[in-house]
Design a protein around this ligand. Structure first.
Ligand code: SF4
Length: 297
């Protein structure tokens, strides 16, 4: 009898451990490729470009690329920061490729994008944080693709207003900068970033007349009330658009998932954000900051 009870307890322990790591069904995605997907991949490889879709192991890559939508990532594939949730690598940094803006413009043309979303790694090693490279890239996209809208998802440039001015002078159609998570989790999740500085970046862009956008991940250890506080903080600096999605641990070296937020809870985040005055909010388990960006604008 004693043995039987012990086995049962063990089973409970095993079962609860399995429950803790098992992904809920709403996060399961079917990854299939079609000719458009293959062509997108060829364009990226041929021009020696990078996409956040691949580098960040985005779960939507199949869906987006089959629809010929991708987010190009400039300034290389190596980041100077070490955010504990991000799959983008760090290591030996290369100087920016001076041809990259032209290649990005061409890739946007070949992909047939009418709405280009561009992001970059953080380049704290560069005196301007890569701002001039950013500006050239926006100009090249527009030069080679008249009428194409450009959404940028930029790093914080360490709060450097000259760098921000350089990007803002190109008048991107949407200026995005992600808060990523709540203030309390910054030391753990984004040790080299500063929540208040990121809010200040969004505020600066808003005051310069840009449409601003931010994105967050949930499931890193925040409470529901802390999500509400973050949304309020973002609104207090005039942020227009917000996205929220489930954090997924890219590798065992990254922060573990603290909880899987239900689709119903994401719906609640959307409603809450809209009530606060955001012009648009997209929240869902698989939402990423560039997901359905054109429709969101
Ligand atoms: S959601 Fe964004 S990052 Fe993910 S695959 Fe789509 S375009 Fe790429």
């Amino acid at each position: 009898m004693k043995n039987k009870i012990e086995i049962t307890k063990k089973q409970i322990r095993v079962n609860s451990r399995q429950l803790a790591v098992r992904k809920p069904t709403w996060l399961k995605v079917k990854y299939t490729v079609n000719d458009d997907f293959r062509e997108m991949r060829e364009i990226v490889r041929e021009h020696n470009l990078h996409t956040v879709c691949e580098e960040a192991r985005c779960p939507n890559q199949g869906e987006c690329w089959r629809r010929r939508v991708a987010t190009l990532m400039i300034l290389g594939d190596t980041c100077t920061r070490n955010c504990r949730f991000c799959a983008v690598g760090n290591g030996k940094l290369l100087p920016p490729d001076p041809q990259e803006p032209i290649k990005v413009g061409k890739a946007v043309r070949l992909m047939g994008l009418k709405y280009a979303v561009i992001t970059s790694v953080t380049r704290d090693d560069l005196p301007d944080g890569g701002a001039n490279h950013w500006a050239q890239t926006i100009r090249e996209i527009r030069r080679q693709n008249p009428g194409c809208k450009v959404e940028v998802l930029v790093p914080d440039f360490k709060g450097n207003s000259d760098a921000l001015d350089t990007v803002l002078a190109e008048k991107p159609d949407v200026f995005g900068h992600n808060l990523e998570t709540i203030e309390r989790l910054y030391p753990k999740a984004r040790p080299q970033a500063d929540y208040r500085q990121s809010l200040a970046v969004l505020e600066y862009a808003k005051k310069s007349g840009a449409i601003t956008k931010t994105g967050i991940m949930v499931g890193l250890g925040e409470s529901d009330d802390e999500i509400t506080d973050l949304l309020e903080n973002a609104r207090s600096v005039g942020c227009d658009i917000c996205t929220a999605g489930q954090y997924l641990q890219p590798t065992k070296e990254h922060l573990p998932v603290d909880r899987y937020v239900t689709p119903e809870k994401f719906k609640h985040i959307e409603e809450e954000g809209l009530k606060m005055g955001f012009r648009a909010v997209l929240a869902g388990p698989l939402v990423r900051s560039s997901y359905h960006a054109e429709e969101l604008l």
